[in-house]
Design a protein around this ligand. Structure first.
Ligand code: HPA
Length: 246
C-alpha cells in the first residue's frame, strides 16, 4: 500500500486538519529526524507529517538532518513525499504568493551530508538524477491543484542555497542567468536522498518574497511569514485533493 508523507517547511510546522493518532519518536543510523513523526489522518486518509525545521521551527536549513528525516520516513513505509517549501521568486512569473511545482534543481549548497552511501560506497550507488522530481507525483500535484482551482506555475528550476542568510543581489543575478526560477534553502539534499532510497519526491513551492535585488524593499521575515501564512491555505487545498495519491 502506498503511504504519503508531507514534509512541511517555513509556515507549515503543523498541518491543521491533520488528526494525529501518534507522535512516533524514531532514531536512525544517521541520528534523529527533525521531529517526532506525526502519524495520522488528513481528510480520513493516512499520512505522515514531518516539520523539517522541527516543531518549534528551531533547526536552520544547513543544520537539518536530511538523512535522518528521509531514512525515518522510508522505515515507516513511505513511498511518496510531497515537500512544501517557501522560496524567493526569481523569474517574472514567481511573484510573492505564487505556487509552483518545480521540475529541475540546481544545487548551490555545500558541506551538507548528502548521501546515504558516503561511508559505504560502491559503483551501483550513483543514482540517476537527470529529472530530480518524480514526474508522476508532480502530475498528481498539478491535477490536484486544477481540481481545487488553485493556480500553479508548472515547472521551473529550484536553486537550492545554503542559508540561513538570504542572498546578495549578485548571487540572485547569477542564479537568474543560470536559469533558476526560484531560490530556497532546503530542496537539497532532500530530493536526492529521497531518490537514493527510491521514494517518489516532488515539491510544492510557495513564493514568499521577490529574491534579493528584484524589488525595492528589504526582505523581512515578517513579510515572508505573512505571505506564507496567506498562501498556505491554497497549499492545503492542493494537499487535501492529493491524499491519498493514486
Ligand atoms: N531566498 C532563499 N530562501 C528563501 C527565500 C529567499 O529569498 N524566501 C524564502 N525562502
Amino acid at each position: 500500500m502506498s503511504l504519503l508523507a508531507i514534509i512541511g517547511g517555513t509556515g507549515l510546522s503543523s498541518l491543521d486538519g491533520l488528526v494525529i493518532s501518534e507522535k512516533r519518536a524514531v532514531n536512525t543510523p544517521f541520528g534523529e529526524p527533525s521531529s517526532e513523526l506525526l502519524i495520522g489522518e488528513f481528510q480520513d486518509k493516512s499520512v505522515i507529517f514531518l516539520p523539517r525545521h522541527g516543531q518549534q521551527h528551531s533547526i536552520p536549513p544547513h543544520k537539518i538532518n536530511y538523512r535522518a528525516n528521509i531514512w525515518a520516513l522510508k522505515e515507516q513505509g513511505v513511498d511518496k513525499i510531497v515537500a512544501v517549501a517557501a522560496v524567493g521568486g526569481i523569474r517574472a512569473d514567481m511573484a510573492p504568493s505564487v505556487i509552483a511545482v518545480p521540475e529541475q534543481i540546481i544545487d548551490y549548497t555545500y558541506g551538507r551530508e548528502h548521501s546515504f552511501f558516503s561511508e559505504d560506497f560502491s559503483s551501483d550507488k550513483h543514482i540517476d538524477f537527470t529529472f530530480p522530481y518524480d514526474e508522476s507525483l508532480r502530475q498528481h500535484i498539478l491535477q490536484a491543484a486544477k481540481q481545487q482551482e488553485v493556480d500553479v506555475v508548472h515547472g521551473g528550476t529550484y536553486g537550492a542555497v545554503q542559508g540561513p542568510r538570504l542572498e546578495t543581489a549578485a548571487e540572485i543575478k547569477r542564479m537568474a542567468q543560470d536559469g533558476c526560477a526560484m531560490v530556497g534553502m532546503t530542496g537539497m539534499p532532500e530530493a536526492s536522498l529521497a531518490r537514493e532510497l527510491d521514494i517518489a519526491y516532488a515539491t510544492c513551492a510557495l513564493s514568499a518574497n521577490w529574491a534579493a535585488g528584484l524589488s525595492d524593499s528589504e526582505i523581512t521575515m515578517t513579510e515572508i511569514e505573512q505571505t506564507v501564512a496567506n498562501g498556505i491555505t491554497r497549499i492545503k487545498k492542493i494537499l487535501s485533493a492529493l491524499i491519498p495519491s493514486p
